[in-house]
Design a binder for this molecule. Structure first.
Ligand code: 26Q
Length: 801
C-alpha cells in the first residue's frame, strides 16, 4: 500500500506546519493573523498529528476484526479539546514555542478553545472518561452521540437568579470535527406497518437525514486514536417546498425542513427528572437508528454471517436514553434481514448491555404508549411481542403472582399507559449494571428487585471512575509534577494504583511542605478568596436530593456565629458551582438564595477574613478544571440512598481534597479506601434515611429542638436574604423530602471537626496526601477494565507507533 509520510514534532517542523496551515487552510498570513486564526491553525496542526495515528488505528482495528465496543449515549461532556490533544500528541512544547515565535500568548490562544457542552452532568462526563480510558487501553471502540447545535445552556445570574442563555458552541466552527457526509443515514418516523409476503414492513410517513461527523479520542501513552461519532439532523432536500417558495410563502416553504433539523437542535437540560416531550423521543430514536445502521455497516465490512454479530459487537446503553436500540435491532434483523424472531432475540440480547444511573423512581424513563405508537408504530408492536415473552417467563416462574406480572410488564396500564424503558432495558440485554456498590445493591433490592429475582446473574456492579489524565494531569499540572517527582516516574498516569507510593512520602516534611504549597498556588490561581483560607467546594448539578440547601444552612450558621461575636472557626471560602434545570423551580430558588446570602456575607466587614461565599456562574468542565485543584474540602452531602455514585467526589479526592460526606453512592467506597480517619462522615445512612422517610417525619421537630437551626431558618424565612427565602424555608419546614433538617446537627458538628483538623496544617496535609495516595481505584481505566472483564469481553488491539 501507499505509505504515509509522518509529520515531524520538532519545534521547527511544528512551526513550519503551522505556517502552511495558516496559509493554505486558514487562508491568511502571520502579519494579518488574528488570535482566532492562530487558535484554529494550532488546532489543525495538532489535529493532523492525531489524524495520522487515527489512520493507523483504523487500519489495525479493521485488520484484526475484533469484538467492537460501541458506547451509545445521548450525552458527552468531552471538555476542552486543545490542551488534551496537545498533551496526548506530545506537542505541547513545540506548540508553545511556535505560538510565541508568531507573537501570540499561549494562554490567550488556549482560552479560545470552546468546550462542546453536549451533556448535563455526571452521566455525560462519565461517557467521556470511559472513551478516554477505552482508547488508552487500546480497545477498539466507538462512541455514538448527537451533535446538538445548542449544548447545555449558559448560566448567567441576574439579581442572583439563574438565567439561561443558548450555548451556540460551534458558532466559530469546530476545528476538531471531521464531517463524514458519505456515511449519511436515513431515519424514518410516523407512518404505518404493512405486511408483504408474511413480513412486516414499516412505511415511515416522514424521513430525516442523519449526517455524521466525528471527533478524535486519543489514548494516552499509546498510538490508538478512537472516535466519537455524532449525528446531526438534516432535512431531506425534498422537504424544501419550492412551489410555496415561488409563491412567496417563505416560512411555509421551509417549515418541514426546520422541523426535521430541530431534532438535533438542542440538548434537553434536564438532570434526572423525566420530561416526556415528543421531540426528546425523536432525538432518542434518531441517535439509535443512525448508530445501529452505522454499526451494521461496519460489521458487514468484515463479516457476512449474522451469527457472528453478537460475538463481534458489544453495545453499551448509557441509561435508558438509547434503549429503543433494542426494538430497532429486532426490526432490522426480523423485518429487513429475515431472521426468525428467536434467532434475532438471542443476537440482540448478546449484543446489548445496560448501565443504570439513578435510584430516583421519578427519573425512570417512561413514554406514553400512544405517542410511541404514533411515532414508531412497528417498534411498539415489537415491544408488545417482547413483553409477551417476558410475561410468559414471569408467569411460569411465579405462577399465580399477578401483581408481579403487573409490576414487571413493559407496559404500565394505570393511571395511564406507559412504556417502561428500564424494564425493556433489563429484558433486552445480557447484563445490567449499577455505578457504585451501594447503588447496585439498592437497585437489585428496590427498583429492579423483581428483575433481580427472575434473573439474578444479569446484574453486576461497575463502580464509576474518572480520567487521571483529564482530572489530575491537565487540571492540576502542579500536583501532577509533584506526584511524578515524588514517585520518580509518571507511570501513575496509566496505572493509578501506583499513587499508593505517595503514602511513604507523608513522612517527608519537605514533601508535605511542597504539597501544601501546590494546593495554595492552585487557590491563588483560581482567584476566588484568600489562598490561606480553607477552600470548601460544592460543585454539581443543583438538585434537592444533593442538598445544596444543607450547605447553605451551614453557611448561614457560620455567619450568625460571626455576627454574634467571638467566632472561633477557621477562615473559609465556600464555593458553589452548578446549574439547575430551567423548569426546576425549587432548585432555582436555592441558587437565588445562595447568591443573596453570598452578597450579604461578602459585603459585611464582620465576615471579612473569616467567611466568603463564591458562586461563579456557568459551571462546566473548563471551570471544573480550575476549581478542583484548589479544593481543600469536598462536599458530598446527598441524602443517603439517592446519589447513584457521584464522580466529582472522586476527582476531588484524587486532587487531595478531604471529603465531608454521607454514606451514599461511591462516598462509601472512597471512605473505605482513604480510611475513616481521613474522611468526615456525618448523617443518616441509607437504611436509617429510608426508615425515617417511611414514618411520620416531622421536620419541625428539628427546628424546635435546635437553636442554631431555628435561627438559620428564621433568617431565611423572615426575608433577611430576600423574598425567595420564604419558599425555600417553607419547603424545608413543611416537607423536607430529603431530610435536610434531620441531618443538620450532625453535619454542623462534622464541620467543627473539619475546622479542628484544618488548624493542624501539617496533619491536614498528611491526610490530603493520603486521600490522593489511596484513591487510585477511582481511575476510569479500572472502570473500563471491570466492564471488559464482567460485561464486554473485548480485548486490546495494539497499534504500531
Ligand atoms: C431524561 C428524560 C428527559 C430529559 C432528560 C433526561 C435526563 C438527562 C440526563 C435524565 C438523566 C440525566 C443525567 C443523569 C446523571 O447524570 N446521573 C448521574 O450519573 C453519574 C454517572 O454514573 C452518577 O455519578 C450520578 O450519581 C448520577 O446522578
Amino acid at each position: 500500500g501507499v505509505e504515509l509520510r509522518s509529520l515531524g514534532n520538532t519545534p521547527d517542523e511544528f512551526r513550519q506546519d503551522m505556517l502552511s496551515n495558516l496559509y493554505y487552510r486558514r487562508g491568511t498570513t502571520v502579519e494579518s493573523a488574528s488570535a482566532q486564526d492562530a487558535y484554529e491553525t494550532l488546532a489543525l496542526t495538532v489535529r493532523d498529528r492525531l489524524a495520522e495515528r487515527r489512520a493507523r488505528t483504523a487500519a489495525a482495528q479493521y485488520e484484526s476484526n475484533p469484538r467492537w465496543v460501541y458506547y451509545l449515549s445521548a450525552e458527552y461532556l468531552l471538555g476542552p479539546q486543545l490542551e488534551q490533544n496537545l498533551l496526548y500528541s506530545g506537542t505541547s512544547e513545540a506548540a508553545h514555542k511556535a505560538l510565541e515565535a508568531c507573537g501570540f500568548k499561549p494562554e490567550e490562544i488556549a482560552a479560545l478553545d470552546v468546550e462542546p457542552g453536549l451533556g448535563n452532568g455526571g452521566l455525560g462526563r462519565l461517557a467521556a472518561c470511559l472513551l478516554d480510558s477505552l482508547a488508552t487501553l487500546d480497545i477498539p471502540a466507538v462512541g455514538y452521540g448527537i451533535r446538538y447545535d445548542l449544548g447545555i445552556f449558559r448560566q448567567e445570574f441576574q439579581d442572583g437568579r439563574q438565567i439561561e442563555r443558548p450555548d451556540d458552541w460551534a458558532f466559530q466552527g469546530d476545528p476538531w470535527e471531521f464531517p463524514a457526509p458519505d456515511d449519511v443515514q436515513t431515519v424514518g418516523f410516523y407512518g404505518h406497518v404493512d405486511e408483504r409476503d408474511g413480513r412486516k414492513v414499516w412505511q415511515p410517513g416522514e424521513v430525516v437525514l442523519g449526517e455524521p461527523s466525528h471527533l478524535l479520542v486519543p489514548g494516552y501513552g499509546t498510538t490508538t486514536v478512537n472516535i466519537v461519532r455524532l449525528w446531526r439532523a438534516r432535512a431531506h432536500q425534498a422537504s424544501f417546498d419550492l412551489t410555496r417558495f415561488s409563491a412567496g410563502q417563505y416560512a411555509e416553504a421551509v417549515q418541514d425542513a426546520v422541523r426535521a433539523e430541530n431534532i438535533s437542535k438542542v440538548l434537553y437540560p434536564d438532570d434526572s427528572t423525566a420530561a416526556g416531550r415528543e421531540l426528546r423521543l425523536k432525538q432518542q430514536y434518531f441517535l439509535v437508528s443512525c448508530s445501529l445502521r452505522d454499526i451494521v455497516r461496519r460489521f458487514r465490512l468484515r463479516n457476512s454471517d449474522w451469527d457472528a454479530f453478537g460475538s463481534k459487537t458489544a453495545i453499551q446503553l448509557n441509561d435508558t436514553h438509547p434503549v429503543l436500540a433494542i426494538p430497532e435491532l429486532m426490526r432490522l434483523l426480523v423485518d429487513e434481514e429475515g431472521l426468525d424472531w428467536d434467532h434475532a432475540w438471542s443476537l440482540v440480547r448478546q449484543t446489548f448491555n445496560y448501565t443504570c444511573h439513578t435510584l430516583l423512581p421519578e427519573a425512570l424513563e417512561t413514554w406514553p404508549v400512544d405517542m410511541l405508537g404514533r411515532l414508531l408504530p412497528r417498534h411498539l408492536e415489537i415491544i408488545y411481542l417482547i413483553n409477551a415473552g417476558l410475561l410468559e417467563e414471569v408467569r411460569s416462574r411465579f405462577p399465580g403472582d399477578i401483581d408481579r406480572v403487573r409490576r414487571m410488564s413493559l407496559i404500565q396500564e394505570t393511571p395511564e399507559r406507559l412504556v417502561r424503558m428500564a424494564n425493556l432495558a433489563v429484558t433486552g440485554t445480557t447484563m445490567t449494571n449499577g455505578v457504585a456498590e451501594l447503588h447496585t445493591q439498592l437497585l437489585t433490592s428496590t427498583v429492579l428487585r423483581d428483575f433481580h429475582d427472575l434473573w439474578p446473574s444479569r446484574f453486576a456492579n461497575v463502580t464509576n471512575g474518572v480520567s487521571p489524565r483529564r482530572f489530575v494531569r491537565l487540571a492540576s499540572p502542579g500536583i501532577s509534577a509533584l506526584i511524578s517527582s515524588g514517585l520518580g516516574h509518571d507511570r501513575w498516569l496509566t496505572d493509578l494504583s501506583l499513587l499508593s507510593g505517595l503514602e511513604a512520602l507523608t513522612g517527608d516534611a519537605s514533601f508535605r511542605e511542597q504539597w501544601r504549597e501546590v494546593k495554595r498556588s492552585a487557590k491563588a490561581a483560581l482567584g476566588l478568596g484568600d489562598p490561606g483560607a480553607l477552600m470548601d467546594v460544592m460543585i454539581k448539578r443543583f438538585h434537592e436530593y444533593k442538598r445544596q440547601q444543607l450547605k447553605l444552612l451551614h453557611v448561614i450558621t457560620l455567619y450568625q456565629r460571626i455576627k454574634a461575636g467571638g467566632y472561633d472557626g477557621v477562615p473559609r471560602t465556600v464555593l458553589f458551582g452548578g446549574k439547575a434545570a430551567p423548569a426546576y423551580q425549587a432548585a432555582k430558588n436555592i441558587i437565588h438564595l445562595i447568591n443573596a446570602v453570598a452578597a450579604a456575607v461578602n459585603a459585611d466587614p464582620a465576615a471579612a477574613g473569616l467567611l466568603r461565599v463564591a458562586f461563579p456562574a456557568n459551571y462546566n468542565i473548563t471551570l471544573a478544571e480550575h476549581i478542583i485543584p484548589a479544593a481543600d474540602l469536598s462536599e458530598q452531602i446527598s441524602m443517603a440512598g439517592k446519589e447513584a455514585s457521584g464522580t466529582g467526589n472522586m476527582k476531588l479526592t484524587l486532587n487531595g481534597a478531604l471529603t465531608i460526606g454521607t454514606l451514599d453512592g461511591a462516598n462509601i467506597e472512597i471512605r473505605d479506601r482513604v480510611g475513616a480517619d481521613n474522611f468526615f462522615l456525618f448523617g443518616l445512612d441509607a437504611p436509617a434515611a429510608l426508615a425515617l422517610r417511611s414514618g411520620p417525619y416531622q421536620p419541625r421537630d428539628h427546628y424546635h429542638a435546635d437553636d442554631e437551626l431555628r435561627a438559620a431558618l428564621d433568617a431565611i424565612r423572615s426575608g433577611a436574604f430576600g423574598g425567595v427565602g420564604h419558599d425555600v424555608a417553607a419547603s424545608l419546614l413543611d416537607r423536607d423530602e430529603y431530610l435536610t433538617l434531620a441531618d443538620y446537627r450532625s453535619y454542623v458538628d462534622a464541620q467543627a471537626g473539619v475546622d479542628a483538623a484544618w488548624r493542624d496544617q501539617d496533619h491536614w496535609t498528611t491526610m490530603s496526601i493520603l486521600n490522593t495516595a489511596r484513591a487510585g481505584f477511582f481511575s476510569s481505566d479500572r472502570t473500563v477494565t471491570d466492564y471488559l472483564d464482567r460485561i464486554w469481553h473485548a480485548t486490546p488491539v495494539r497499534v504500531e507507533g
